[in-house]
Design a protein around this ligand. Sequence first.
Ligand SMILES: [Fe+2]
Length: 389
Amino acid sequence: MSAFNFEIKIPTRLFFGVGSLERLGKFAGDLGKKAMIVTGRHSSKRTGLLYRVEEILKKAGVESVVFDKVTPNPTDELVDEGSKMAKEEDVDFIIGLGGGSSIDCAKAIAMTTSSGGKFWDYVSVGGGKKPKSALPIVAITTTHGTGTEIDPFAVITNLKTKEKVGIGYDVIFPKFSIVDPELMLTLPKDQTLYTSMDAFYHAIETFISVHASVFTDMLALDAMRRVVTYLPLAYENGDDLNARTNLAWANTEAGITLTLAGASANHAIEHGITGFHPDIAHGLGLCMTGPNFLEHIKDHIVEKLAIVGKEVFGVYEREKEKASELAIMKLREFQGIFKLNRKLRECGVKDEELEDIAKVSYRAMYRVVENTPGNLKESDLLEILKKSF
Ligand SMILES: [Fe+2]
């Protein structure tokens, strides 16, 4: 497909910028009289953010209830529990407050509450039903990773089958999103790192996706450049609002490219890994396999990698083959600064699990694998996993 053949559809109304949290009060009343705030157990309380959001809603005449049970890698059971509460409380809309887990959980709850049944009915490897509707969703992100505030995806894990699946339906595009970099100043160092690298991999994976266009390429390159420039600054000084703002924008750009062009197989592999090991951070998982993944498909993406080398890492090399190799080398170097070039076995992954991880990755995330140049099979995923072990 030509890079000049594309469609742009992002129905979310986005408020970006320092202080944009206050905009919530302007539109919340239009969404109904009662909201359910979906958030994690601790951080939004510790930072006072949950209280701030409740106050803004109150001033706007909106009542709110809180579902504060979200953990990293939220499960389908948690979604069903949240959906039960949303029905019992008869809420009009759902607010996802926090990182990707809270927002994804909010999206899944909004969909399951409105469409009925259980969450897993709407997963292709589960029941495969198409949801009819979702309650209106408001996303308030406190991290600069995932891109979920601007995409139609939600990632939910089934602990029984160890499948970590990303669903994608237009009904779960947030109606409103707030990206306020001020809310990200309290993000701890490890989360600063992992969420930024998640955004980086969204960008590079969509940049090489078979559905990439001139529009997504422009955003993806800019997102990669901003992560490489501003992550070291935000990592060094978490209060650097300019660095946080640039990372927040990189994440939003990468979220748009994710929506329009789709991630590629590195995300499929990572979902396989954290389906088996939910304690491994998503961004770390991506870094452990990312460079090996790019190397595996290098022959199919020479041109694109050469551009990444030149535009993102400042590689001066005319010969494209060489420039593409240097791009991967530079990425490894960049990850090395933050000790992200870890091996899977150092993070608890077992040799005997690799085949099953490849199998689940391929089955649960085949759509993402299909976005990848090189027509990858399950055996390719296994090879990348073995190299990263
Ligand atoms: Fe991701």
